[in-house]
Design a protein around this ligand. Structure first.
Ligand code: ADP
Ligand code: MG
Length: 317
């Protein structure tokens, strides 16, 4: 039965692999001379998604968050494995999940080459493998004092959608409708990551909030940063609520945005804009890397903002 499920829902042609689903291992032939970029992300029901979430959206999001890690390294997506525990063999659920999964997989040329399927509380674990030329990966340790700090897209919409859904923030329905897609259908910035090879000095994807994730870059790069709160890009539907502390918190420290935060020297300003244009994504300069450690956010007058939360900690109470 398990084999039928795998055959029906998770077995597709894999022209980019020597051998795909169906044997004890997949066989992969990397492009000669390329380095492999490998990353795993797990999604648990009740922690990363809610039991009410539709399976097609879940298939999309589970792969999207993994593709986002490849994007943040400037790696070209190649292959994925999918391990899935589910309480019952629900054909309709699996078919819809696979539809969402393969739709975004096809968009990014990534092939499902293996995995594991078992009974248990709904849990998804995906590993993605990409390729990057030696020395060209966008690492966290490359930010240098004087670099500009950039971010793609807009910030805070996914966290606002979650706060709205959990009843922690009131939003007009028309605004809620504008932020909900960010939570359910995140767009991994794969093309931008590729276009930033040789341009950005460091990059990270924002999965746990801007301040926390940029903090990882600063730590690895042994540097600090000053961010300009007024420069942070937000949707109008987010901006309308910035008088609320919850909304400010979502922009600065909200998770699930999956935008790229990256650094580049000021003389690469035009190259950054050209990379963004080629990827079809907006990018915004939001601050500067400093040689004094620490991360501060200043308002339009240059006065420092007090920050309560800095990011999402999965082990926090
Ligand atoms: P084994 O017992 O040798 O680990 P499995 O029965 O777990 O083999 O899996 C059979 C084949 O199906 C393997 O090639 C495995 O990679 C693949 N597979 C299992 N589950 C999935 C899944 N959810 N998605 C993709 N491939 C899967
Ligand atoms: Mg197995």
């Amino acid at each position: 039965m398990e084999f039928d499920l795998i055959a029906r829902h998770f077995t597709r042609a894999t022209p980019g692999a020597v051998l795909g689903v169906g044997d004890d291992c997949a066989l992969l032939a990397p492009t000669p001379g390329m380095q492999l970029a490998v990353s795993s992300d797990m999604l648990l029901e009740g922690r990363h998604f809610s039991p009410q979430d539709g399976p097609a959206g879940l298939g999309h999001k589970a792969l999207a968050v993994n593709l986002s890690d490849l994007a943040a390294m400037g790696a070209t997506p190649r292959w994925a494995t999918l391990s899935i525990a589910l309480p019952a063999a629900d054909e309709g659920w699996l078919a819809a999940f696979a539809r969402g999964f393969f739709r975004i997989a096809d968009q990014h040329g990534i092939e499902l080459v293996g995995g594991d399927t078992t009974r248990g509380p709904l849990t998804l674990s995906i590993t993605v493998i990409g390729e990057v030329p030696p020395g060209q990966a966008l690492r966290r340790d490359g930010a240098r004092p004087g670099d500009d700090v950039w971010v793609s897209g807009t910030l805070g919409a996914a966290a606002m959608a979650l706060a709205y859904r959990q009843g922690r923030l009131f939003m007009e329905q028309i605004d809620a409708a504008k932020v909900l897609p960010a939570l359910y259908l995140p767009t991994p910035r794969v093309e931008l990551g590729l276009a930033l090879r040789g341009v950005a000095t460091s990059a990270i994807d924002i999965s746990d909030g801007l301040l926390g994730d940029l903090g990882h870059v600063l730590e690895r790069s042994q540097a600090g940063a000053v961010l300009d709160f007024a420069a942070l890009p937000t949707l109008p539907a987010v901006r309308a609520y910035l008088h609320e502390a919850v909304a400010r918190d979502c922009v600065l420290a909200g998770g699930d945005d999956y935008e790229l935060c990256f650094t580049a020297p000021p003389d690469k300003h035009d190259a950054v804009l050209a990379a963004a244009a080629s990827a079809g994504v907006a990018v915004t300069r939001i601050g500067r890397i400093t040689d004094t450690p620490g991360l501060s956010v200043v308002d339009a007058d240059g006065a420092p903002l007090t920050i309560e939360r800095t990011g999402h900690d999965h082990f926090a109470a």
